[in-house]
Write a protein that binds this ligand. Structure first.
Ligand SMILES: [Zn+2]
Length: 410
């Protein structure tokens, strides 16, 4: 058999439950999930776009790849990227990305051909058709990263495409995106491994009324300068923030991971897997050399009904640039430990992910669970690779900042 092509489809802000629960309907994605390996407990490394892609594309956690926020960081030049590994294996590499994934961040390193779409400015259908046309001219074997912005908030879905921020708006955006991607799937052909995931999850209010209250809280924090005058209330209002990037709740870190294609038998995997595992898995499936010293491992044994000993997942919430207020965490299928600055850590029982309790802090009650997770976090944090990268130039910083402004992050 000739080497398979690879489509790596990352739908921004796609939660696991949006794919694995009946609502919203996602028949196209479901077809890949039932025809290939469906990882129901995949954990994203961070809840912000650029750091998350950096982990997926290098198989490394942020202390190693160096992208600790949306702004002010560039991918460590010493690491091999997924595109570089595929190019070295004889693949033609293409990227069609959007949002904050600018070339200045270093995440597109290794792609022979990379196009960046300004998500809110270039209409989906026109762009999709030009991407589909380009796919028809790809030379085999090809590897393609496709980053979709249509599920990112504010949600703009049919029939009227007005901005929405609530659950119904999110579901409508997911369902519409699944349908709109049909021509892309059709362009893949049979000899293509299709990977589908979200770069992180999403938090949304259930109703438009809840959204109004959240907006009011945000406005009060700003205009009344609550942080200065009533810090306790400010903190309470801050915890109402929705979207993604500032926390590591289950719906923010649980993403779908589907790998389907030639030679991959249908299997549902309930073990916890991590975004850092994707790169070595694809190397394994496509016969490429896996870079040494990375944090992930091949999931192929789980795809072939074998087993792997559980390894914790390291996680970070970094916001746009949290300036030292980073939240770090470690997760297994049953437990999640979170640490934010100097405050007391939190330990939550996840009960296999099915009915997680993220309200009750069990840190003091289960030191024997907390301690190994804390050691694991410390070990990851110490794994920083010292590189001699030059800092981002003033021009590159300015370009990234302007894009973040356009996207509404700043
Ligand atoms: Zn994202």
């Amino acid at each position: 058999m000739t080497a398979p092509n690879v489509l790596f489809l990352a739908i921004d802000s796609l939660r696991a439950d949006a794919v694995f629960e009946p609502a919203p309907p996602t028949p196209n994605i479901d077809r890949y999930a039932t025809g290939g390996a469906a990882f129901r407990h995949c954990v994203s490394t961070t809840t912000s776009t650029t750091p998350s892609f950096s982990s997926m594309l290098t198989g490394c956690y942020p202390p190693k790849h160096g992208v600790r926020g949306l702004q002010g960081y560039r991918l460590a030049s010493s690491l091999t990227t997924m595109a570089e590994a595929f190019a070295a294996g004889g693949y033609n590499t293409h990227a069609e990305v959007t949002g904050p994934l600018l070339p200045q961040t270093g995440v597109l390193r290794g792609f022979a051909d990379a196009n960046h779409r300004q998500g809110y400015k270039v209409p989906f259908f026109e762009w999709r058709d030009s991407v589909t046309d380009r796919m028809h001219s790809y030379v085999n074997p090809w590897f393609m990263l496709l980053h979709i912005w249509e599920v990112h908030r504010p949600y703009r879905a049919p029939p009227d495409f007005t901005k929405r921020w609530d659950k119904a708006g999110y579901h409508a955006a997911v369902a519409a995106t699944d349908e709109w991607l049909q021509p892309i799937y059709d362009a893949c052909g049979d000899n293509t491994i299709v990977v589908i995931t979200g770069d992180h999850g999403e938090d949304y209010p259930d109703t438009p009324l809840q959204q109004k209250l959240i907006r009011l809280a945000r406005k009060s924090r700003k205009t009344l300068k609550l942080k200065r005058w009533i810090p306790a209330l400010d903190q309470k209002f801050q915890s109402l923030a929705v979207g993604h990037g500032f926390a590591l709740h289950e719906h923010l870190v649980r993403v779908p991971l589907i790998i389907a294609g030639p030679g991959i038998s249908p299997v549902v995997v309930d073990e916890q897997v991590r975004h850092v595992d994707l790169f070595p898995t694809l190397c394994d499936l496509c016969g490429l050399d896996t870079p040494s010293g990375i944090d992930g491992r091949s999931l192929r044994p789980l795809m072939e009904n074998g087993s792997l000993a559980e390894e914790p997942a390291y996680m970070e919430a970094v916001g746009v640039k949290l300036e030292g207020n980073r939240i770090v965490g470690a997760r297994t299928r049953d437990w999640k430990l979170l640490r934010a600055g100097a405050s007391k850590p939190a330990l939550y029982k996840l009960n296999g992910g099915g009915s997680p309790n993220e309200k009750r802090n069990l840190y003091s009650r289960y030191p024997e669970v907390a301690q190994p997770l804390e050691s694991f976090i410390a070990q990851v944090e110490e794994s920083t690779i010292v590189t001699e990268d030059a800092p981002l130039s003033v021009e590159d910083e300015a370009t990234i900042e302007q894009h973040l402004r356009d996207l509404g992050y700043l």
